[in-house]
Design a protein around this ligand. Structure first.
Ligand code: F3S
Length: 106
């Protein structure tokens, strides 16, 4: 599966959503996740993300391995998102920042 990682938090650009052929993105307030039961590992979402937040589960950034479980758990809780949406007004402030997990709204 592919995994949305910390870089997405607060940015939530949603460019990834419209290219997914199997509609497996699920949306929270300020973060998106991928349903590991739907993802076919096609990888088309990877270059769409301006934050480079999406990675294969075999190549997760160091220290972000737990995002695999977080994607699985939140995909069960959050609704599917099918269309791109306007990003948060303050998305630019959160670009490229580390330590964003604490601002995740679940
Ligand atoms: Fe997040 Fe990037 Fe998609 S910031 S919503 S993973 S385009």
């Amino acid at each position: 599966t592919h995994v949305v990682t910390e870089a997405c938090i607060g940015c939530r650009f949603t460019d990834c959503v419209s290219v997914c052929p199997v509609d497996c993105f699920h949306a929270g307030d300020n973060f998106l996740v991928i349903n590991p039961n739907g993802c076919i590992d096609c990888g088309v979402c990877i270059p769409e993300c301006p934050e480079e937040a999406i990675h294969p589960d075999t190549m997760l950034p160091e220290g972000q391995e737990h995002f695999l479980d977080l994607n699985r758990v939140l995909a069960e809780k959050w609704p599917v998102i099918l269309e791109a949406e306007p990003h948060p007004a303050d998305a630019a402030e959160h670009r490229g920042k580390a330590g964003k997990l604490e601002m995740l709204r679940m």
